[in-house]
Ligand binder design. Structure first.
Ligand SMILES: N[C@@H](CCC(=O)N[C@@H](CS)C(=O)NCC(=O)O)C(=O)O
Length: 214
């Protein structure tokens, strides 16, 4: 299987974590999101991902390549195909909690920090204070996660078992540090992150360990 990825993409980082935790071999193909106006907008990549975004998982169906985008769809596909270690709890409410926290990152934070969004903002609102923008949306999302985590977290974000929610949390904290958001208001999230990064699956997925890192 092939993963179209970029070292600093938090969404590709999520998928790399899941591939690493499950020990799934894959071939990376690098898509530079900044160089030459963004390789994600080249016609050949838009055929794989019409939104022009990474990650994309490339699979073979009956010998023909097929392309799956959206990190959460990819992660749930991997969870079904490679169930060990399980990254979704067996209890229905706990499973919904994992998806709830994953969606806070996926829907309520990441779209506001996305390169495509901020490039467009530069165009339509050149005087915008970008650092205030990032702090507002990332801070609001992390505060939501922290509030939930206070009652839900154990060793990991939802209870004692590692889950998809942890695979979204760690890249989001990485993205928050990139924009220098102070993180001391989120002690539970930092404690969970410290547990996650002890695991090899997280270590191998880190942006600094990617061959396309600059
Ligand atoms: N919801 C999508 C978001 C994907 C996304 O925004 N990817 C970013 C990198 S983290 C990207 O490729 N941005 C390039 C652009 O929008 O131009 C997912 O979870 O995969």
């Amino acid at each position: 299987m092939i993963l179209h990825t970029y070292w600093r993409s938090s969404c590709a980082y999520r998928v790399r974590i899941v591939l690493g935790l499950k020990g799934i071999e894959y071939e990376p193909r690098f898509v530079h999101l900044v160089r030459d106006g963004g390789e994600q907008y080249r016609p050949e990549f838009l055929q794989k991902s019409p939104l022009g975004q990474v990650p994309v998982l490339e699979l073979k169906q009956g010998g023909t390549p097929v392309f799956l985008s959206q990190s959460l769809a990819i992660i749930e596909y991997l969870e079904e195909r490679y169930p060990t270690p399980a990254l979704l709890p067996s209890d229905a409410l706990a499973r919904a909690r994992v998806r709830e926290l994953a969606q806070v990152v996926n829907s309520a934070i990441q779209p506001f920090q996305n390169t495509g969004t901020t490039n467009f903002l530069k165009e339509v609102a050149p005087d915008l204070d970008k650092s205030r923008w990032y702090r507002h949306f990332i801070g609001r999302g992390l505060a939501t996660l922290e509030a939930r985590a206070k009652s839900l977290a154990g060793r990991f974000l939802v209870g004692e078992d590692l889950s998809i929610a942890d695979a979204l949390l760690v890249p989001q904290l990485y993205a928050a540090r990139r924009v220098e958001l102070p993180l001391d208001a989120y002690p539970t999230l930092l404690r969970v992150e410290a547990e996650c990064v002890k695991l090899d699956g997280f270590a191998v997925a880190h942006p600094d360990r990617q061959p396309d890192r600059e």
